[in-house]
Write a protein that binds this ligand. Structure first.
Ligand code: SF4
Length: 513
């Protein structure tokens, strides 16, 4: 048995813990290559779980030989060659689908085991990988999608994001955590990295004139959502990597491993509190950190960045475009890459709202970019509701899903845009297809959680509706107001909620309040 995680192993281990002891998730790579030769029928059932360490999930139904795969994009930063490769792989192996996820990653569907070695090789050639996009490891590190570009950020975090990615990538010291571990690093005062719902988040802070971080630990969604707690220290930029490593080490060695549903670091934080957690951080690093500093937070905008925005680099702009519910095709991504090269420097940024940004567009190129045919569909000025709609994968591909989500959300949002044309306040709609929270419904203005209802003896899609969630200074999760609304009636229930808000709000009253 590995020393890693020994300190907190309980006498009764859950099934996944035993699997990880039997064979580390990272060690399944040789088997993936073997299965690629031998075929789907040869796959050991335990290895299906270990495949997650390489970003691979079984697609629904599990009896079919198809897989989903997530490809990491740290900080959402894609260059031209990477975007082209990601798009071509979608076309060559994934029936053209390429979904943008709420962690700035790309998700493929319809992959077959025979194709995995070639997919890994072609990603590696452009410096990309699905390694640790899933599994009990540090996942894709997210950031402000305009890190290094945005005039409002206190400083540029891109180097740290990439250092953190490298620190944990294929690192067997950290390949057996109690559960997944999600990190957000951003120095933007609008909290574009959704800090409070991450296991660990660095957010901008000032100590006098010095710019550094506050450290938040223990956030997460799923069935029991928690907001991350502030450790109360001012972290200097040069101290950040050590503290991140220490927090992950503490989670590895002290996180709970008895029940999967109780294993995220949020439960450890709930039991310890931030003071005890900080004591452990300082014990691991052997340093004492400066207390205090002032967190730099302005109004949270939901991390939506549509339209044309001047960058901190004079004469350049980033242009935020809408990809409704994150669903695009390889061909659309190829065209986005072509436009990014023609009008910018070839870079793209994926966002945690499932959208995309073309950065580094010179002032004189903005109008021509906005006039491109693709931008008449994937627009910089979307309608209010479809432009603020987020969806998880749902039962089209996900084995855990109770209901269909992406098409449902598109049709709800389009209905609301027709019903309330030119609505003056963005209302963020999120949907999850099950009690997990890939669609982050708890932070939505109006959140939908998939459920099933029995009607005339038949199970039918339904949704619990919650309202009033959001992050930022007054972060809070939304609260359930209506239960089990039938799927084909949910748009009318939301219409009634929006109409009530429209007719009863006071001047300047936001939907959340
Ligand atoms: Fe699947 Fe549930 Fe996640 Fe949706 S929220 S992708 S249904 S696990």
């Amino acid at each position: 048995m590995s020393k890693r995680g020994r300190a907190n192993l309980a006498t009764t281990l859950n099934k996944e813990e035993q699997l990880k002891i039997d064979k580390d998730g990272l060690d399944v790579l040789a088997d993936i290559h073997r299965y690629a030769q031998e075929g789907f029928a040869a796959i050991d059932p335990g290895d299906f779980i270990r495949f997650k360490w390489y970003g691979i999930y079984q697609q629904k139904p599990k009896t079919d030989p198809y897989f989903m795969m997530r490809v990491k994009i740290p900080g959402g930063m894609l260059n031209y060659e990477q975007a082209v490769t990601v798009a071509q792989l979608a076309n060559d192996f994934g029936r053209g689908l390429a979904d943008v996820t709420t962690r700035q990653a790309i998700q493929y569907h319809w992959l077959q085991i025979e194709h995995m070695p070639e997919i890994f090789d072609r990603l590696a050639k452009v410096g990309m990988s699905p390694i640790q996009a899933c599994g009990d490891v540090v996942r894709n590190v997210i950031s402000s999608p305009v890190a290094g570009l945005d005039a409002q950020e206190l400083f540029d975090v891109r180097d740290l994001v990439l250092q953190v990615e490298q620190l944990f990538l294929s690192n067997k010291e950290f390949s057996n955590l109690p559960r997944k571990f999600k990190i957000s690093i951003a120095a933007d005062p609008r909290d574009l990295g959704h800090p409070e719902i991450n296991d660990l988040a660095l957010v901008p802070a000032l100590l006098g004139d010095e710019a550094g971080y506050h450290v938040l630990v223990g956030g997460g969604l799923s069935a029991k959502p928690f907001l991350a707690k502030n450790l109360g220290i001012f972290l200097r930029q040069e101290e950040a990597l050590d503290v991140i490593k220490a927090v992950v080490t503490i989670f590895r060695d002290h996180g709970y491993r008895e029940k999967r549903s109780h294993a995220r670091v949020k439960f450890l934080m709930a039991d310890w509190g931030p003071e005890k957690f900080l004591e452990h951080v300082e014990a691991v690093t052997g340093k004492t950190y400066t207390r205090g500093g002032v967190r730099q937070t302005t109004e949270w905008n939901g991390a939506y960045l549509y339209g044309v925005h001047p960058q901190k680099q004079a004469g350049l702009n980033f242009v935020g475009l809408s990809l409704p519910v994150g669903r695009i095709s390889g061909d659309i991504l190829l065209e986005l890459a072509r436009l990014a090269k023609k009008y910018g420097n070839g870079d793209l940024r994926t966002t945690n709202t499932q959208n995309i940004i073309i950065p580094n567009v010179a002032d004189e190129n903005v109008e021509a970019l906005l006039a491109e045919p693709l931008l008449q569909t994937f627009t910089a000025k979307p309608n209010t509701f479809i432009g603020h709609a987020v969806s998880c994968t749902g039962n089209e591909f996900c084995n855990l899903a109770l209901v269909e989500t992406k098409e449902r959300m598109k049709s709800i949002a389009n209905y609301l845009d027709e019903t309330f044309p030119n609505f003056d306040t963005p209302i963020r709609l999120h949907v999850n297809g099950c009690p997990n929270s890939c669609g982050q419904q708890q932070i939505a203005d109006i959140g939908l959680a998939g459920a099933l209802v029995r009607i005339d003896g038949k199970m039918q899609d339904a949704f619990d509706i919650s309202i009033g969630g959001g992050l930022g200074a007054d972060a809070k999760f939304n609260r359930k107001v209506v239960l089990k609304v039938k799927g084909d009636e949910v748009q009318f229930a939301i219409e009634a909620i929006v109409r009530y808000y429209e007719q009863n709000r006071e001047a300047g009253e936001s939907f959340r309040s």
